[in-house]
Each structure stands twice: as C-alpha cells, then as structure tokens.
Design a protein around this ligand. Structure first.
Ligand code: CA
Length: 226
C-alpha cells in the first residue's frame, strides 16, 4: 500500500507544486481546498499523513487540526506563513506533530515526512504493553491507561512517552528527545518537545500544572517518574 498524504491548502499554485513534489517521492496525494472538504475526505478514507495550511477559508487550520486529532492519531504537519511563535505553538497545541514555515523546499518537506513515517512505524511490535507504576502504555493502540482510565494519545505523543519510559527515572535532554522522537537528521526546535510534553501532561497528570509523572529537570530536560 503506497503512503497516502492529504494536503489541505486553498492556494491552488502551492497545492499543485506540493502534489508534484510529493508524487515525485512515490506517495499518493489527495488534495482538499478547505477544512470541510478535508474532513470529508479523511473520514471517507484516512490518509497516513496530513499537511495543513493554517490560513484556510472557513474553518482555519488550527480548528481542522483539533477536529482531526479528536478522531485520529494520524501524523499532522502544520504549514505556517511565518516563523511566528504564536502560530507555531498554537499549531502544536492544536495537536500537530511538526510544522514547516513557508516558503520551504519540497525536499525539506519530504525529509520531514519520511522521518515522521519512520518513527511512527518503528514502534517495537514486541512492546505490546508497558506497565510502569500507575501507567499502562499500549503503543500499538496509541493508548495509555492511567488509574483505569483509557486515554488516547497521538503517535508522536506515544513515541515521546515510550522514549521517556524506556529510560524511566533517567533524564533525557530536549536535544535527545528531538533526535529520538523527531528523527536524527532533523535540527528541530525545542518548542516541539515542550509543547508535546505539555499536551501529554494535560492528558495523564492529575494536575498538569503540578506534574508528578513527567518531571522537568531544570537545565537538563525531562524524566518520567512512575
Ligand atoms: Ca492559505
């Protein structure tokens, strides 16, 4: 089965060049001009990766991302018009896994998508369930049970959690987490790590403002304590 990518972009010129660049990589590309059309297409036949332009007519890219995230753990890349902290953080908080700033080279986009697919496909199949204290992590289903409650997480949140769990009790730096979760060949932005940690905390911590499971180690990084 070829990898299917759904691109959501209202600018026809950009949409067409995205399609050509992605098809060059051997991927199948589906296009949507707005959020409503994207949801219809995704519900009919879910893509493997979704690219969302933030500036869309009708429901905007953030809202589309939140809506998709409620129904799916699919990897989502947000495309922002500028390297604006507000847009980047808001996109990640809406549930995106990664972002790119316009204009970007098609090769960079392809590299990011490849890294994303590699990491979501390399969850160890032997790792059916990982029980750590009050956490029961089920990577294959992108689900965490905590105190008996079933919590759905995105594929990237799962990858982040399993990396922390694999070193339970040890601190991982933001750089290590960027390498392990977002791909070695990618010079990431530590906001990716911080926003994903924040999202995970809102899901698994009793009081996200006072975390007891995912701890911040000052000037070092994060650790999972169970
Ligand atoms: Ca646009």
């Amino acid at each position: 089965m070829p990898t299917r990518i759904l691109t959501v972009e209202d600018d026809e010129r950009i949409r067409t060049s995205l399609k050509m660049a992605l098809e060059d990589e051997g991927w199948d590309v589906e296009e949507a001009q707005n959020g409503e059309a994207a949801l219809l297409k995704f519900r009919g036949n879910p893509a493997d990766v979704v690219l969302i332009d933030i500036g869309l007519p009708g429901i905007d890219g953030f809202e589309l991302c939140r809506t998709l995230r409620r129904i799916s753990s699919v990897p989502i890349v947000m495309i922002t018009a500028r390297e604006d902290t507000h847009d980047v953080v808001a996109g990640l908080e809406a549930g995106a896994d990664d972002y790119l700033t316009k204009p970007f080279a098609p090769k960079e986009l392809s590299a990011r998508i490849r890294a994303m697919l590699r990491r979501v496909r390399t969850v160890d199949p032997a790792l059916r369930s990982l029980i750590l204290g009050q956490l029961d992590i089920v990577p294959e289903e992108n689900v965490v049970y905590i105190r008996g409650e079933r919590i759905a997480v995105s594929k990237t949140e799962m990858r982040l959690l399993t990396e922390l769990a694999s070193e339970s009790g040890a601190t991982l730096s933001r750089e290590e987490l960027l390498e392990r979760v977002w791909g070695l060949d990618y010079f990431g932005d530590s906001r990716l790590v911080d926003v994903h940690i924040r999202r995970l905390r809102t899901k698994i911590e009793r009081d996200p403002a006072n975390p007891q499971l995912i701890l911040t180690v000052r000037r070092q990084g994060y650790k999972l304590q169970t």
